[in-house]
Design a protein around this ligand. Sequence first.
Ligand SMILES: NC(=O)c1ccc[n+]([C@@H]2O[C@H](COP(=O)([O-])OP(=O)(O)OC[C@H]3O[C@@H](n4cnc5c(N)ncnc54)[C@H](OP(=O)(O)O)[C@@H]3O)[C@@H](O)[C@H]2O)c1
Length: 263
Amino acid sequence: MALVQNDIKGKLAFITGASGGIGGGCAKALLLKDCDLALHYSSNSLSMEELVAQLKKDYDTHVHPDSDRFLRITTHQADLGSVEACQTLLEDVRKRHGRPVDIFVSNAGISRFKKDIVDIELEDWEAVMGVNLRATFLLTKGVVPAMKEQRWGRIIFVSSIAGYGAGVNGAHYAATKGGMTGMMKNLSTRLAEHNITVNDVSPAMIGDTGMFPSSSDVPKHSPDIPLGRLGTPEECANVVVMFCTTGYMTGQSVLLAGGLNHK
Ligand SMILES: NC(=O)c1ccc[n+]([C@@H]2O[C@H](COP(=O)([O-])OP(=O)(O)OC[C@H]3O[C@@H](n4cnc5c(N)ncnc54)[C@H](OP(=O)(O)O)[C@@H]3O)[C@@H](O)[C@H]2O)c1
């Protein structure tokens, strides 16, 4: 019989888009669960450096300062719109940690905001497909073999309410996010026998992110969020940690949307 293994202390978590709002929140939450971190960024090296400095400070201050083992945090630059860069990124993570990824959070994403399909250029379609969906496929394909070997893995996609057909963006973005949720459901059935769970968090209207930089954006963008405010990266990270520490849950898409209806 399979064992219950929900302790993630010492696991290696690989998070894409950690230089952004939600990815940074996930990094912090997983560090506070004593995970080693491989943090990816694309263009914002300053934000990445600031996050790592903050994490090291928080760890030293708040977790267990008497520990003689420091958690290992590495940073990795890659434009996930490039197939080659996805492959190099995985090799870099493997080489610098010298061990397999245990937890993979596919979070990096772009929106190319355009509401009307008439305005969505083929180039927009291909760009969002590349970063949001193709990179998620390639990186998941890259981390799964070692997870199978060790008979433990957690894969979490950061999708969107757009994947359910709602949200403020257009069909190109929705297609990538719906694709991520479909891929998640397929993989969850294929990988369960290997003790690998696959789930997604589907947020809407999360503040302190590239999309909604501050909570004062609420009235302008969406006065009708039932809970009356934007969500926070920390709340997204709570769902990610819940998936990591709840190994009986797989194939689930959790809508994190302040009461917004996806129908
Ligand atoms: N904020 C929301 O309300 C909301 C709602 C639904 C879904 N989401 C999803 O949440 C995820 C995280 O977004 P966020 O809201 O935290 O926004 P964000 O702060 O803008 O973060 C986006 C992240 O994606 C990375 N990225 C952008 N282009 C990239 C590329 N070509 N290659 C690799 N990485 C790239 C960015 O890296 P650099 O900054 O280093 O370039 C950044 O780390 C996305 O998948 C987004 O679709 C967000």
